[in-house]
Design a protein around this ligand. Sequence first.
Ligand code: AP5
Length: 193
Amino acid sequence: MTEPINISDSKHKILILGPQGSGKGTQAQLLAEKLGLPALSMGQLLRDEVCSESILGQKIKDIIDQGELVSDDIALDVLKIRIQKQDAEDGYILDGYPRNLAQYQTFKNFDVPTALIVITVPKEETLKRLLKRAEIEGRSDDNKETILKRLDIYHQDTEPIIEEYRKIGIVKEIDGIGTVEEVASRICQVLNI
Ligand code: AP5
């Protein structure tokens, strides 16, 4: 068991990363409710832009459907608009950003996170969860080929930034296997809340 991070005296700006299907969106939502903060999901913010049927939304849809990351400029523009809203003034739970070294560098000049929760789940389990979600929700990027591409991008582009955050001592790794409640309880334990 690693030492908990004491976040009680600061604004909670908590990032959650993990491979696709690790439950980062699910856990961000639960943690946000517990702390009374907004849950900002980068993927959901982009899907909302797609739903708006703007020209930008159409461009984003094509990229998401291919399992690629949208450009760093688009991701930052969409995030900035959301993060600057009043409800995020006292903090937020942000999942899915930053996802590569360029986004990490940009975010570094923009805000300072208090903790990074990394949820670990083996590939077989993420595949199982996302293929099940495909049957229920029909998300356009939940097919085997696209999921595998998204996982490759996670290993190649996102894992290196976890190492950067490790250097400043804010990373807490959480085992993502178990029920949603069990994983949520592990997160609360390492955050000392
Ligand atoms: P995004 O929406 O972030 O998708 P993702 O990274 O592929 O993650 P998922 O939503 O698939 O998984 P999750 O880890 O959030 O798990 P969840 O809680 O949903 O991004 C989508 C796309 O947007 C990207 O591919 C990219 O194109 C673009 N994008 C996003 N961020 C970007 C960025 N920073 N820069 C550029 N482009 C970006 O759970 C998954 C399933 O598992 C659910 O059905 C859930 O009910 C289930 N589940 C959760 N926890 C458990 C559990 N403990 N046990 C069993 N089932 C569980």
